[in-house]
Design a protein around this ligand. Structure first.
Ligand SMILES: [Zn+2]
Length: 430
């Protein structure tokens, strides 16, 4: 691509940027938490159709993906889990194909009174857009579409097939991205604009979710000594899990990409419920855990170790000893993934193309980042032999109150994405 074409593409992003910000606000208005993504997906499908892409919308069928590597178990039905993919077929067939992926689901916003303004009434202040999902990752979804729009505005199109994916389930299982693979969507590289401050993600941890179910012995609190408190029994079990977390984070266990990160694997007690009545010793307690894993760490071995730690702690408890906890797996069984370990020529070429694009927009070298969260990149990298580049805008307070995304950062990422598409796929006349 010559310098003049690159400049035309960058200017085309600028020319549409106000429309892109309006698009992001409209998309952020949808409270697309798990199970409530339909409106946002309808909007995405309509936007893709209006651009002339062929649109594929389908409900995820658990039976079609259950046996595939990377599947995460789910509780409850998938009647409301709908993926959307827009396809633009290249006519010249001379370039390299590309998946532009993003997730539409957002995490619950928490108590609204803790937000400075309502989470689904996006507002712009001092160059940032605030709203649940604005950063994670609706700005990325906007970037994918508007990068292609910029090419079209120049009378250009990718010289290969491009698939724009808007998937569900990223925040709890990844089964949306897995369902795209199962449906046959493949390309030579994937780009996922998750909000990691314009850095290229070289490694991501794995994530395992599980619930621990505890029983107790209910009595009137007047005779508490004769009962067994299921809620208080959880406390030493949680401490034992943190002990395992400390061990796994030990320097000798660390994956090389995380060698300089002092605590890459985080254990979180995300939820706890139990008991029925203030004056009754609680007969039950359930707590939900999220634990990180390193790339390459074996999932089955990790589960076995977690269960062993829990059972050992439970045997210290006079009641639990004879009524051991039950561990229920639901949600993430996500393996870690390290793009840095992909030494294929394709991966090198894709990273090289992104470096060139990033440098053309920012004038700076592309920073590398190992992240302590997971993304859908693992499906492409681990199960489809496709290098997955995670590269997106700067956002703050994702999963927190007053989540926000920096609009100038979204502009730069959109420009870099447009140049990346041009460099990776090549260009043909529209
Ligand atoms: Zn995300």
């Amino acid at each position: 691509m010559d310098a003049e074409t690159a400049t035309r593409i960058l200017n085309a992003v600028d020319a549409r940027f106000d429309a892109q910000v309006a698009f992001l606000a409209e998309l952020t208005r949808f409270p697309s938490t798990r199970g409530n993504e339909q409106g946002a997906q309808e909007f995405m499908a309509a936007e893709m159709a209006s651009r002339g892409y062929s649109v594929d919308r389908w409900q995820i069928d658990v039976d079609e993906i259950r046996a595939l590597p990377g599947f995460s178990p789910v509780l409850g039905p998938y009647e409301d889990a709908v993926n959307v993919v827009g396809t633009r077929v290249g006519t010249s067939g001379k370039g390299r194909s590309l998946i532009l992926n993003g997730h539409i689901d957002v995490v619950p916003e928490g108590p609204h009174e803790m937000w400075d303004s309502p989470p689904y009434a996006p507002r712009v202040d001092d160059g940032w857009m605030y709203g649940r999902g604005a950063g994670d990752m609706k700005a990325g979804l906007a970037s994918n579409l508007f990068a292609l729009d910029a090419l079209a505005a120049c009378g250009l199109a990718p010289a290969a097939d491009v698939f724009v994916q808007s998937v569900v389930e990223e925040e709890c299982t990844g089964n949306g991205a897995l369902a795209c693979l199962a449906r046959g969507y493949k390309a030579e590289a994937a780009l996922i604009p998750e909000p990691f401050a314009e850095s290229l993600v070289t490694a991501q941890v794995g994530v395992l979710w599980f619930q621990v179910h505890l029983k107790g012995l209910p009595t009137h609190v007047a005779y508490a000594g004769t009962g067994a408190n299921a809620i208080e029994a959880a406390i030493p079990l949680i401490a034992a899990l943190h002990g395992l977390e400390d061990r796994w984070n030990g320097e000798e266990h660390r994956h090389p990409e995380f060698a300089h990160h002092h605590h890459p694997l985080n254990l979180n007690i995300g939820k706890i419920i139990g008991g029925d009545w203030s004056s009754s010793v609680p007969a039950w307690c359930v707590f939900d855990v999220r634990m990180g894993l390193f790339p390459g760490q074996d999932m089955a071995a990790a589960k076995a170790e977690i269960e062993a730690v829990l059972m050992e702690a439970a045997r210290e408890n006079a009641f639990l000893r004879n009524s051991l906890p039950e561990v229920v797996y639901h949600g993430f069984e996500a393996e870690g993934y390290a793009l840095a370990e992909d030494d294929s020529a394709t991966a090198k070429a894709a990273i090289g193309a992104l470096e060139v694009a990033h440098n053309a927009v920012t004038g700076a070298a592309l920073d590398r980042l190992a992240i302590t969260a997971t993304t859908d990149a693992r499906f492409f990298g681990l199960y489809a032999d496709t290098p997955a580049l995670v590269y997106g805008p700067r956002a703050e307070a994702i999963h927190g109150f007053n989540e926000r995304v920096e609009l100038e950062s979204m502009r730069r990422v959109t420009q870099a994405t447009a140049l990346f598409i041009a460099g990776w796929c090549g260009l043909e006349l529209l």
